[in-house]
Design a protein around this ligand. Structure first.
Ligand SMILES: [Zn+2]
Length: 265
């Protein structure tokens, strides 16, 4: 965020200087692109990469957890496929984190309840997960988060403190919305691309390549093949003595809001 202020400050200063010199004929107008093009490139990189910390502070890997452990996170549920995922996690004594969508919670409230009852964590992943959600203004985006908080709290009587932005996209409006809702942003450092890769072997290779303690893995419980990927992953983790813990345990942070925060929302 400090880098963003610095980039914006330097870009605006050079731009003002070039425009001023342009008026007295010292510089050519095309030179303005020397400032605008890199600024645009840096900004787009910041928008698309959650680990860049460009707009919001995000947790993408843990570096202080004492044991050899990783966190598996599932986005976009609850879904009918979530049930098979839960059975598998139970069989391997693994704990995970589910970033849930509000409208899916309304569709599958019993599955959300089951996630919590089985000792996994629930995080907020917006209400609609609309394809155009990154264009929402601050007010509309914060409503997405708060409506999902309420949907979750109505079932498990706890409001999540953890939030994952859809597609991992962040921007100034999302940053402002998060200042209002006070959620912590959870990213990842192991993206599986399980929604776009057909081969589970490829997905597994992508996850396990250079896997180290503290890594946060992104999967989707909406995918039917995720069960197969997860089973192979859990076998790999057991073989290599990794513990599978929820993301709040791995990061040493609170997963849910305390009573005082709930009253204020
Ligand atoms: Zn998502």
């Amino acid at each position: 965020m400090l880098i963003r202020k610095l980039v914006n400050g330097i870009s605006i200063s050079i731009l003002i200087l070039l425009i001023s010199l342009g008026f007295i004929g010292v510089t050519s107008w095309w030179m303005i692109s020397i400032v605008i093009v890199p600024w645009l490139m840096i900004t787009v990189y910041g928008v698309c990469n959650i680990d860049s910390q460009y707009f919001v502070k995000s947790y993408c890997k843990a570096d202080k957890y004492q044991k050899k452990a990783i966190a598996i996170t599932f986005d976009d549920g609850p879904h009918e496929n979530t049930v098979a995922i839960l059975e598998l996690l139970k069989a391997y004594n693994a704990k995970a984190t589910f970033f849930c969508i509000g409208k899916q919670i309304e569709k599958y409230p019993d599955i959300l309840k089951k996630i919590e009852e089985e000792g996994h964590l629930i995080g907020n992943h917006t209400y609609s997960h609309s394809k155009t959600i990154d264009l929402y203004n601050t007010k509309k985006f914060s409503k997405e988060i708060l409506d999902t908080d309420h949907a979750i709290a109505s079932i498990i009587s706890k409001k999540p403190q953890l939030f994952r932005p859809p597609y991992g996209v962040t921007n100034p409006d999302i940053a402002r919305a998060l200042k209002i809702t006070k959620h912590k942003v959870i990213g990842w450092n192991k993206r599986s691309f399980d929604t776009s890769t057909k081969s589970t072997t490829k997905v597994l290779k992508r996850i396990t390549k250079n896997l180290t303690s503290g890594d946060i893995i992104l999967l989707h419980d909406t995918q039917i093949k995720t069960r197969e990927t997860l089973e192979q992953l859990l076998v790999y983790l057991k073989k290599h003595s990794f513990e599978t813990v929820d993301v709040a345990t791995l990061l040493g942070i609170e997963a849910y809001q305390v009573a005082g925060d709930i009253k204020n929302n």
